[in-house]
Design a protein around this ligand. Structure first.
Ligand code: ATP
Ligand code: MG
Length: 651
């Protein structure tokens, strides 16, 4: 138990279910047993540069070889120093002389049901053409290009085209407001923006170009705006500034050699979702990121040549960067890409897509899984999901009960689940089961990938013991690590490298159990301190969600005179009416599952929780509401502004 002083966090959850991979799955997997995993992990740890050297040499193309694997002056890492490569070359050209050239790269489906497929060869042509378009607009290596587009193949094409000429892309999720776009354009000093007339979302047109027009009134550095015709709605084209994608492409040559780029050439800036504050521009570079995205993709998803892989994330998030585009394409995978909402035209859309394309690997977010559970099993039951062999989750912790539903209902109890912990900053997955090797425990991201060495520290900078919570750090550099916060050196150092000197501070709390499994306990800022006991938000939420009445729960602390903090829970019920009785039932349930310490002082029922546009619960806003503050913190990344008013009405 904690003493409140050292900063340790109480381990309150007692999840002990264990799901080993089936012998059949393990026998075909890339890593086949826990012994093999441990052997490789230990080898990697003993000599991290040597471990990555081998893969970099064999699996990336080098226009010029590097002369040093790693130069590490904390917090500055340079990987593959002196080498020249190109991410677009590694994703496309590398496959051209091989059977992968004619393999499908993208299996795209639009929300209205239109479909397109692109082979690697075809994708290569499109990327070369758009690289020429960008160059023709004056975009040079190092220039920034904002991409504000729907989930259409052209978004991936534009990303790869930037990579081809060494331009730095900044993808802005197509749900953000004009204000947010302008902020990001200005912070990055972007020269060009690429958008579409509109996109489809839940049957409605999302007028992207009109939003961009508004943003560009406040974006002084943008010279040109390229517009893709997706929907065909009426838009205004400003002469000189606005250009049609199809017109530019019609004139573009399909020849464009990939520019040989220094290993540390910036590849992209991505603004984080803002669950914790003002968005920051996370910077990733070329060679290290590319290698890490590729290897982590292959290990975690156990990729085989005949897989049909579907990551449901939008390219507006890091998951879309690393596991829709750069990881899978480097590995020559066939990827499903879907434009729209999971509940259009009905709640069975995802399952219809899996059945139609015979998807073998599905990677999605806990927020989506909780929505599926709420919508009901009948949507799933209509479809044949027998093609699936592996499932994944990302973005938030998954409550064990949601994990069990995913396992039974979607995975038919045969598919391993990879719960992947990572961040925009880490570039790729850091902790996850390797599905053929590591038995899973619902709610745990299990063990670190090769070359990743975590450490958990208390506030006096001591490493904590087994099952004691503390601040999660990564103690050794890895190729996919962020190289900075765009234009803000101070924030880079202060946020990630100061609290535990010399180590990367993830900003999450975690504990490691007696089997070496990691459990993410929530963000450092979200820890609740009740009478000297520091509790994990995820664990208390998981106890609530394990009750059949509950669809979703978020737990925060609010000031309390005696206890320091009291626990406030915001709960969405499945279909029962909110009542005093339900409140009492849930309190009793938490008491039984965890103990008196974790019983919420307040339970507020709400039909909806405040979430980021990527679907994560914004606990900091709930904390402000629970403590009765009139003003809440930065809300620019909030998905639905009306939520705050609704939550207040509940008071
Ligand atoms: P911001 O940093 O701006 O607040 P964000 O942290 O939500 O935004 P991301 O980089 O997309 O932006 O998310 C990373 C965070 O998501 C992690 O630090 C962690 O809190 C949470 N997370 C991601 N995957 C998992 C997981 N498998 N289990 C638990 N938490 C996870
Ligand atoms: Mg973060």
């Amino acid at each position: 138990m904690s003493d409140g002083k050292t900063g340790q966090i109480d381990n309150v959850m007692h999840e002990s279910r264990l799901f080993p991979p089936s012998p059949e799955f393990a026998s075909k997997a890339r890593v086949k047993s826990v012994e093999e995993y441990e052997k490789i992990w230990n080898e990697a740890k003993a000599d991290i540069p040597a471990f990555w050297d081998k893969f970099a040499k064999e699996e990336l193309h080098w226009f010029e070889p590097y002369n040093q694997v790693l130069e590490w002056n904390c917090p500055d890492a340079k990987w593959f120093v002196g080498g020249k490569t190109n991410v677009s070359y590694n994703c496309l050209d590398r496959h051209l002389g091989t059977p992968t050239a004619d393999k499908t790269a993208i299996l795209w489906e639009g929300e209205p049901g239109d479909q397109r497929t692109l082979t690697y060869k075809e994708l290569h042509v499109e990327v070369c053409k758009f690289a020429n378009v960008l160059a023709g607009l004056g975009v040079e290596t190092g220039d920034r290009v904002s991409l504000y587009m729907p989930m259409v193949p052209e978004l991936a094409i534009a990303m790869l085209a930037c990579a081809r000429i060494g331009a730095i892309h900044s993808v802005i999720f197509a749900g953000f407001s004009a204000e947010s776009i302008a902020d990001r354009n200005n912070d990055a000093q972007a020269k060009v923006i690429v958008t579409a007339d509109a996109g489809w979302r839940r049957g409605k047109e999302l007028h992207l170009k009109a939003i961009v027009d508004e943003a560009l009134e406040k974006s002084e550095t943008i010279e040109k705006c390229v517009v893709l015709k997706r929907v065909g709605n009426e838009i205004e084209m400003k002469p000189e500034r606005d250009l049609w994608w199809h017109e530019l492409m019609a004139d573009a040559s399909a020849e464009r050699e990939a520019t040989p780029l220094d290993s540390e050439t910036p590849l992209f800036i991505l603004y984080t979702s803002g669950s914790t504050g003002k968005p920051k521009g996370i910077l990733h570079t070329t060679a290290g990121y590319n290698l890490y995205a590729k290897k982590s993709f292959e290990w975690v998803f156990d990729h085989r040549d005949d897989d049909i892989y579907w990551c449901t994330a939008d390219c507006g998030w890091i998951t879309g960067h690393s596991y829709v585009v750069y990881g899978p394409f480097s590995a020559g995978a066939t990827c499903v890409m879907y434009e729209g909402a999971p509940n259009f035209p009905d709640e069975g859309r995802f399952w219809e897509i899996i059945e139609k394309y015979k998807v073998t690997i599905m990677y999605t977010a806990p927020t989506a899984i909780r929505a599926f559970i709420k919508w009901g099993d009948q949507w799933v039951d209509k479809h044949d999901l027998s093609s699936l062999r592996l499932l994944g989750t990302v973005g938030e912790g998954i409550n064990p009960e949601a994990w069990m539903w995913y396992h039974k209902k979607i995975g038919g109890e045969r598919c391993p689940i990879v719960d992947t912990w990572w961040q925009t900053e880490t570039g790729g997955i850091m902790m996850s089961p390797l599905p053929g090797a590591i038995a899973t425990k619902p709610g745990s991201c299990t063990r670190p990938l090769f070359g990743i060495v975590p450490g958990i520290y208390d506030s006096s900078l001591e490493e904590v013991g087994k099952n004691q919570g503390g601040m999660l750090t990564i103690t050794q550099p890895w190729p996919g690590m962020l190289r900075g916060v765009w234009g803000d050196r101070e924030r880079f150092e202060a946020t990630y490298w100061s609290r535990v000197p010399g180590k990367y501070l993830a900003g999450d709390n975690a504990r490691c159990d007696e089997d070496g499994y990691y459990w993410i306990m929530g963000r450092i800022d979200d820890v609740i301190n009740v009478a000297g006991h520091r509790l994990s938000t995820i664990e208390v939420e998981s106890a609530l969600v394990s009750h059949p009445l509950v669809a979703e729960a978020a737990v925060v602390g609010r000031p309390h005179d005696i206890k320091g903090e009291a626990i406030a829970a915001f709960v969405t019920l499945k279909d029962t009416e909110a009542s005093e009785e339900a409140r009492e039932i849930l309190k009793q349930h938490v008491r039984k599952e965890i103990g008196a310490l974790a019983v919420p002082d307040d339970i507020r029922f709400t039909s909806i929780l405040p979430k980021t546009r990527s679907g994560k619960i914004m606990r900091r806003l709930l904390r402000d509401i629970a403590s009765g503050k009139e003003e809440v913190g930065d809300t620019t990344t909030l998905e639905d502004y009306s939520v705050l008013a609704k939550l207040r009405d509940n008071d």
